[in-house]
Design a protein around this ligand. Structure first.
Ligand code: CNA
Length: 246
């Protein structure tokens, strides 16, 4: 079954002209960044109050709680290198087939891999802003070292807490309209490493046209598996290695 799916995937890749990738935390787990909902995801940790920690209203009242959690993860974000999954998408762009990456990830690894058209619907860690006066600060070694020590980075102008420019629950996502247009232009939509359970991004696969082939590569089942032409429940890096495109 897996081999059949792989053969069809490889054959379809070579015929597609407008591939769009929709990625999630699972494409970065092999880079050492834990996902949320996978078997080793952050939500499985007993010391973390689940999704609450990523709610914007909770952050505004308790920024220290977020940074306590993030202190032991900041280096994995700052030092991460792209996985084979990221390099595969770069290769698909280089050979003219992949046009856009829509990512829920905030780790910047698609850009590090060299993809040029990346829509970061949930923002990224490349910038921080002050929740009191709005001043923007690019991610820097100074900010990383404050976070690494378990402290809250603060604004040099007003001493307000800095928040990463990452979309928390309760905040609007970025670039959704452009993402939707790209999904509707695609002749192949590949969802990689996403549980497809965080809205509104999780609605995107429902907008594919009749001419779009939906491919899902994810370790666990998703709500869209029944609508996909190809479903590969496997490690992304193992799959992309077998395509021999790398
Ligand atoms: P999720 O809900 O945690 O789902 C990840 C999915 O990937 C799970 O179904 C896993 O089974 C699967 N998975 C994990 N590793 C692999 C692998 N190597 N091969 C195949 N499948 C794998 O994450 P989503 O992205 O769907 O949820 C959206 C959230 C997660 C967004 O708000 C992100 O900002 C947030 N997030 C991002 C990162 C990151 O930037 N790397 C890390 C953690 C969470």
């Amino acid at each position: 079954m897996l081999l059949e799916g792989l053969d069809l995937f490889m054959d379809s890749l070579s015929k597609s002209k407008y591939i769009v990738a929709l990625t999630g935390a699972g494409i970065s787990t092999n880079a050492g960044i834990p996902d949320f909902r996978g078997p080793n995801g952050i939500y499985k940790r007993k010391d973390i109050p689940g999704e609450k920690i990523f709610e914007v209203s909770y952050f505004q009242q308790n920024p220290a709680d977020f940074y306590k959690l993030f202190s032991d993860m900041v280096d994995s974000y700052a030092n991460a290198v792209p996985t084979k999954g990221h390099l595969f998408l770069k290769k698909l762009e280089d050979i003219g087939r992949l046009k856009t990456v829509i990512t829920q990830n905030i780790d910047g690894l698609h850009q590090k891999a060299g993809n040029t058209n990346v829509i970061e619907v949930h923002g990224s860690f490349s910038n921080f802003y002050c929740i009191s006066c709005g001043k923007v600060f690019p991610m820097s070694e100074k900010i990383v070292s404050v976070i690494r020590k378990g402290n809250v980075p603060v604004c040099d102008a007003c001493k307000g807490a800095l928040k990463p420019d990452v979309v928390f629950f309760g905040e609007p996502v970025h670039g959704l309209e452009k993402a939707l247009t790209e999904v509707q232009r695609a002749d192949m939509l590949i969802a990689l490493g996403t549980s497809l359970s965080v809205y509104p991004v999780a609605t995107l696969p429902s907008y594919i046209t009749d001419n779009t082939m939906l491919v899902i590569i994810n370790a666990e089942p998703t709500q869209y598996d029944h609508r996909a032409k190809i479903v590969l429940h496997e490690d992304i890096d193992l799959i992309v290695e077998r395509t021999k495109l790398l």
